[in-house]
Design a protein around this ligand. Structure first.
Ligand SMILES: Cc1cc2nc3c(=O)[nH]c(=O)nc-3n(C[C@H](O)[C@H](O)[C@H](O)COP(=O)(O)OP(=O)(O)OC[C@H]3O[C@@H](n4cnc5c(N)ncnc54)[C@H](O)[C@@H]3O)c2cc1C
Length: 462
């Protein structure tokens, strides 16, 4: 095989690209991964998952929020929390993550090429770096170019007073008041982090309800707890214009209803735009939708069968967790090692404060399907571990079929919700029933014990 000819050329070194490249390399294929930035890892490591979740850990630690039920509402580890305190930890974690990924690629002999990729034809990709370029050819190509924050030319995003989620960790100081436009997952997560460190947050969204795919009872509890942190919700409100009032050094959002919401700063978080517009897709015979998303089949093949796409560029659910698996599955399919993903057993973790997690069906979906179900609940306040952690608002809720006791869904809010949901995920995947939770012995005291308490609660209703 000639030097620049590969079994697989991957465009983008985020979670989808990395896992596809490593999977193919493990199958003894010759692989190149192209990354336009100076460092591997993608949005996940540089501006998304890792920095935001590390920032959240810093917020939880420094604000002392978890300890307040013991030491009072004004308790904090540090009296004056500065932006630098929060991003310091994120920078350290990001640097280590980048080293881990680099080492993995190197160990697996994946050739990392720095430069911006664009198609020349369906098998050839030009890699442009500064004023030099290189052409690589791939028997297979994976597009894993990810997304960037969506902008509107009418909104003056300056990275200081109006910023997007990529710019949060570049802020010099914490604002006193923050307007968050867009109450999707990213908007909500950041809104709750800022609220937890004492910023007065107003959350705006034109949708009348938050997180419409999640359990309503859990979302109501989240709203209640965010209000306790001082967050103001303006839902069902369309923003018609956004601007900066230089004289007063304030930002504002005018709403269709006639109201104007002011703040010292604004997080503009209205969705994401795929980076496929920079790939010269037409040269490969491909087209994308208005937000740059590519359509793929169940094997992650685009309309050109040897060109695959995975991760955020194919849209929902657009998570690091699912992107990794999509990348791996795409490589498996290319090199005849097929396996599949069960979309019903994909867990979702929303790292607001408090965090939410879920797997399986919601009450709303089951009601729509006219599928009978019963509910069992365990409140953290009833668990010894919940008491010890100081989380008296958390809850685990399990849905099950009252006829055969099969588990149908798990929904959690509170400390470590995104961890404990995996117990439910395993039982769900194995077709397990409430009898498992009723009869199992769990370590004590743990939050996992919530499964037993919830199962007993649910079974007692039958
Ligand atoms: C604020 C925030 C918080 C998040 N939190 C979570 C979370 O808690 N849990 C979770 O599971 N997910 C989370 N996500 C989502 C997660 O980050 C993404 O789903 C994931 O990064 C997508 O991976 P990817 O491989 O598709 O693309 P990306 O990670 O976006 O990587 C794409 C890479 O392709 C490169 N690229 C693009 N175009 C080219 C080109 N032409 N040539 C060469 N290289 C190119 C880019 O530079 C980038 O490095 C979060 C996202 C954000 C923004």
């Amino acid at each position: 095989m000639e030097q620049n000819h590969y079994d697989l050329v991957v465009i983008g070194s985020g979670p989808a690209g990395q896992k596809a490249a490593i999977c193919a390399a493990k199958l003894r294929k010759k692989v190149a991964i192209i990354e336009r930035t100076r460092s591997v890892g993608g949005v996940c490591v540089h501006t998304g998952t890792i920095p935001s979740k590390t920032l959240r850990e810093a917020v939880l630690y420094l604000s002392g929020l978890r300890q307040r039920s013991f030491y009072g509402r004004s308790y904090a580890v540090k009296d004056h929390i500065a932006m630098q305190d929060l991003v310091f930890r994120a920078q350290a974690v990001m640097a280590r993550e980048i080293e881990v990924i680099k080492a993995q690629l190197l160990r697996n002999q994946v050739n990392t090429l720095e430069g911006t990729a664009r198609f020349l034809d369906a098998h050839s990709v030009e890699v442009v770096r500064d004023d030099a370029s290189l052409v690589v050819r791939g028997d297979n190509i994976l597009i894993a170019c990810g997304t960037r924050p969506a902008h509107d030319s009418q909104v003056p995003v300056d990275g200081k007073r109006i910023f997007d989620s990529d710019q949060v960790h570049l802020l010099d100081e914490l604002p006193r008041e923050l307007v968050v436009v867009g109450a999707g997952i990213i908007g909500l997560e950041y809104a709750s982090m800022f609220a937890a460190v004492g910023v007065r947050v107003t959350l705006l969204d034109q949708r009348p309800i938050l997180l419409d795919f999640a359990d309503r009872e859990i979302v109501e509890s989240l709203c209640y707890q965010l209000r306790q942190l001082g967050t103001v919700f303006r839902l069902g409100e369309k923003v018609v214009s956004i601007g900066i009032d230089d004289e007063r050094d304030r930002v504002f959002a005018r709403l269709e209803s006639g109201k104007t919401v002011h703040g010292q700063a604004m997080l503009y978080s209205v969705g994401r735009q795929a980076n496929s517009d920079q790939l010269n897709l037409q040269a490969a015979g491909l087209t994308a939708d208005g937000r740059g998303k590519l359509i793929v089949n169940e094997h992650f093949q685009t309309s050109v069968p040897h060109i695959y796409a995975a991760g955020d560029v194919i849209g929902f659910p657009a998570l690091a967790s699912t992107s990794m698996e999509q990348g791996r599955l795409a490589s498996c399919h290319m090199f005849a090692k097929p396996s599949t993903m069960n979309s019903q057993q994909v867990p979702y973790g929303i790292y607001s404060i408090p965090e939410i997690s879920m797997v399986g069906w919601t009450e709303e979906q089951l009601t729509q399907q006219k599928a009978p179900y019963e509910v069992g609940r365990a409140r953290y306040a009833e668990l010894a571990k919940g008491q010890m952690l100081g989380d008296d608002q958390g809850m685990l809720k399990i849905l099950f079929n009252p006829d055969n006791l099969q588990l149908l869904g798990v929904h959690a809010i509170g400390d470590r919700a995104a961890e404990i949901v995996h117990i439910g995920q395993a039982v769900l995947a194995l077709g397990g029933t409430m009898e498992y939770f009723r009869d199992a012995i769990f370590n004590y005291p743990t939050l996992a014990e919530a499964y037993k308490v919830a199962a007993l609660d649910g079974l007692n209703k039958l």
